[in-house]
Each structure stands twice: as structure tokens, then as C-alpha cells.
Design a protein around this ligand. Structure first.
Ligand SMILES: C[S@@+](CC[C@H](N)C(=O)[O-])C[C@H]1O[C@@H](n2cnc3c(N)ncnc32)[C@H](O)[C@@H]1O
Length: 206
């Protein structure tokens, strides 16, 4: 998303330069616009380099940011049966849509953990504008203490799901409810499965 914003800003500046040529802006304004364009282009390069670096570093544990459609978000919250007083987690929360929405349920404590900085910032902004009360944390979800979780949401790839499953089995209360979008957990107990178009969501217990 930030990448797109940078691109739009650069295109806008290019447009300003064209206007400058037509309406003969003075040199100082041209130099100013040129410096800003250079800085944004540099940021774009850094962003792309960081993305490639994280792809290489995370190797097979890499999970891309793909948001759950809002219609499915509602279904997942309903399937989990989030209720007053619940501690709710989204492990790899993306733009925070699940926890932000769930936090509108009275007295819930909703925590989203996301390690990609740009996605994390998007989640913070989204949560603010949607009046969500979720806590969005930047970091590795595998380092998050989830021992008090009543509900866990997740949408990951199989390798990360296996790791998360081990963590849930080790750390969570017996009463924890897990609702996943997409891939399956192999050792948790499947309680419910729902197909909505091409999407499958599942509810598990320990
Ligand atoms: C497929 S997206 C799902 C986003 C969100 N849960 C949703 O359903 O809309 C998976 C997200 O998990 C994040 N993620 C993957 N591994 C992670 C980790 N170890 N710690 C924190 N976030 C992680 C990715 O950056 C990505 O944004």
C-alpha cells in the first residue's frame, strides 16, 4: 500500500514539473520538486530491497499479506462466538480488520500481531479510523504470549500454521477457540467448517 502511495506522489510531482514547464515556475521550485522526487524514488528502492530481503530471510516461513474479505471477517467473528470479556488474538493480523472489528464487541481485549512494518502501520491507521479499540503490535507472533487467549484468529500458510499449532497446544487454555481462514490445523480438534464461495473457515478447539 505504501508502495502505491509513493508511486502516486511521484506521478503527482511529475505532473507538477510539467505544469512548471508550461507556466514557467522559477528554478527554486523546480529544484525543490526534483529533490522530493529523488527522495521518494530512493524510498521506493529501499522498500523494494527490504521486501526482497524479507523474502530471502524468511524463506519458507514467508506468509504474504492477503486480507480476509470483510464478509468473511464477520463470519469468522460469528463462528468464534466472540463475547464480552474475551481476549481475542489475530496471529499475523495484516491490516488488523479482524481484531479491529471484534474490538467493537463490549469489553473485549483484542490484540493483533503483525511483523511487516508497512502493514502494521496500515493496521494502526485502520483501527484508528474505524474507532476500533484493538491493540496492534509490531513483532513476531511466535514470541507473543497467548496463554490468556479465549479466541485466536488466523490466516496463514501451512508451515506457519504448523508452528502456530504447536504454540497453541503448549501455551493456550483448554477452552481456547481457534478460527482459521484457508489451510487446516492437523492436530487441533475440528468443531465446525463453513464454505462461503471459494473460501473455507474452520473452528477448532484444543
Ligand atoms: C494472509 S495475511 C492475513 C492477514 C489477516 N489475518 C487477515 O485475515 O486479513 C497473513 C499475515 O501474517 C503476517 N505474518 C506472517 N508471519 C508472521 C509472524 N511470524 N509474525 C507476525 N506476523 C506474521 C504476514 O505479514 C501477513 O500480513
Amino acid at each position: 500500500m505504501n508502495l502505491a502511495i509513493f508511486l502516486y506522489v511521484n506521478i503527482l510531482l511529475l505532473f507538477l514539473v510539467l505544469l512548471g514547464v508550461i507556466f514557467k515556475f522559477n528554478t527554486a521550485i523546480f529544484i525543490f520538486i526534483f529533490i522530493i522526487m529523488c527522495l521518494i524514488t530512493l524510498l521506493l528502492f529501499v522498500y523494494v530491497a527490504y521486501f526482497i530481503y524479507s523474502l530471502i530471510k524468511e524463506n519458507k516461513n514467508f506468509v504474504p499479506y492477503v486480507p480476509t474479505p470483510m464478509k468473511i471477517v464477520k463470519e469468522m467473528i460469528q463462528m468464534a462466538g466472540v463475547k464480552e470479556g474475551d481476549n481475542v488474538y489475530d496471529m499475523g493480523c495484516g491490516d488488523g480488520r479482524l481484531v479491529s472489528k471484534a474490538s467493537l464487541i463490549k469489553n473485549t481485549k483484542c490484540i493483533g500481531v503483525e511483523w511487516k512494518m508497512d502493514v502494521f502501520i496500515t493496521a494502526k491507521i485502520r483501527n484508528f479510523f474505524r474507532r476500533g479499540k484493538a491493540i496492534i503490535k509490531q513483532g513476531d507472533m511466535f514470541k507473543e504470549d497467548i496463554s490468556n487467549a479465549d479466541v485466536i484468529f488466523t490466516y496463514l500458510l501451512p508451515r506457519a500454521m504448523d508452528r502456530l499449532e504447536d504454540k497453541i497446544l503448549k501455551e493456550c487454555k483448554d477452552s481456547v477457540v481457534i478460527v482459521s481462514h484457508g489451510f487446516i490445523f492437523k492436530n487441533l480438534k475440528l468443531q465446525e467448517e463453513k464454505h462461503i464461495g471459494k473460501i473455507t473457515i474452520r473452528k477448532y478447539s484444543k
